[in-house]
Design a protein around this ligand. Structure first.
Ligand code: SF4
Length: 361
């Protein structure tokens, strides 16, 4: 008898609350189950990025599974790229457009807009920034949460953008929220970066080699991921997607403990894994990394944030990314992440350098 979605989610939560040793044993069972499943039968790869998936790659090796490691490594921090080299990770390049021109972060930002806040919110903001959009029902739902006839006149707080972002980006469709005073940003926002730089090239590579991926995702990271992992479980065999996420039920603490147990090499960008007096594990520098210069999650990151780290690592590159990425079509002025961060209220300037004296090395 198959479980309902609510039952699957409840079961997942119970597993998340179990002790570390159980979760590691569960991850092993899931990883082996996927590898030997009839639909997969050893045709696998592991998608490698930061510490989570580096740990996953070593975990798979440790339990005796031979799994090629693959990454669009060039998007990662230099210290992560070094570890990828040590681990013999196969390097894949970002996707090309239909004229054979390869995308990079700068081109994606110039053509589509800045990846900022979160993937799901950037997608909604992109729609709000499209003049005369035919998606009026969706726009109404983004602005109000009311789903109209198609959604049986229901209401969804998940679909609605928080008012804070509606006020900053909903200017073109202010009539859907006459109670707010909405503005238009002088830059575009988009979620398409991940697709062109990571998802498409990895999917193309997997298709070309006939393999299915292990991914280092954990539901605890929240957002769309959490719902998908809770509903679909660690191993998923869909029509379009077949994948395994053996660490889906892990907490951050579980992941760091396993990284220690496996003696995983910790890229310099994270600093070191240390234990606080109360036993909590943490990394002394970045807690998480994504691509260099991704804006997803920047609004919830404390300073020194990723742009501060770049400031100390490479002042010239920082200046370029903050000020010279995109040319304003109206004024001809060049601008970059500085304009975006100012607009969404994130501090990034270095007038108060002494605050981060530890980083000045
Ligand atoms: S994580 Fe950010 S920068 Fe990296 S590909 Fe995705 S959107 Fe682009």
């Amino acid at each position: 008898m198959s479980l309902t979605t609510a039952e699957k989610m409840a079961d997942f939560k119970i597993k998340q609350a179990l002790p570390y040793n159980f979760k590691v044993a569960w991850a092993e069972r899931m990883a082996r189950g996927f590898y030997w499943d009839d639909r997969v039968y050893g045709k696998v790869c592991v998608s490698v990025g930061g510490l989570d998936s580096i740990t996953l790659a070593l975990f798979l090796e440790n339990i005796g599974l031979n799994v090629p490691r693959v990454s669009v490594s060039q998007l990662e921090d230099k210290s992560i790229q070094q570890i990828h080299k040590q681990l013999d990770v196969i390097r894949v390049k970002p996707a090309e457009d239909n004229q054979g021109r390869r995308y990079n972060q700068i081109r994606v930002i110039q053509e589509f807009g800045f990846p900022v806040i979160s993937k799901a919110k950037a997608r909604k903001i992109e729609i709000l920034q499209t003049p005369d959009s035919p998606k009026q029902t969706f726009i109404h739902a983004i602005m109000t949460g009311d789903m109209g006839e198609q959604g049986h006149y229901g209401h969804s707080d998940k679909l609605k953008l928080p008012d804070k972002w509606i006020q900053l980006f909903g200017g073109l469709y202010n009539d859907h929220r006459p109670d707010l005073c909405c503005k238009c940003a002088k830059f575009r926002v988009s979620n398409r970066c991940c697709y062109w730089l990571k998802e498409k090239p990895m999917q193309d590579w997997q298709r070309e080699h006939g393999v299915f991926p292990y991914l280092g995702l954990m539901a605890i990271e929240g957002g769309q991921r959490e719902q998908g992992l809770m509903k679909n479980g660690c191993n998923y065999f869909g029509k379009e997607v077949i994948r395994s996420c053996p660490f889906a039920i892990f907490s951050r603490q579980d992941l760091l403990q396993l990284a220690l147990d496996l003696h995983a090499p910790v890229p310099e960008v994270y600093g070191q894994i240390k234990r606080k007096a109360d036993g909590t594990l943490y990394t002394t520098k970045a807690q998480r990394t994504g691509c260099q210069l991704c804006g997803f999650g920047i609004h919830i990151e404390k300073r020194p944030h990723r742009f501060d780290r770049l400031y100390y690592a490479n002042r010239k590159m920082w200046d370029y990314y903050m000020h010279h990425l995109v040319q304003d079509d109206q004024t001809g002025e060049w601008y970059g992440w500085g304009r975006v961060l100012d607009y969404i209220g994130i501090e990034w300037r270095h007038d108060q350098v002494e605050i981060f004296a530890d980083w000045e090395q």
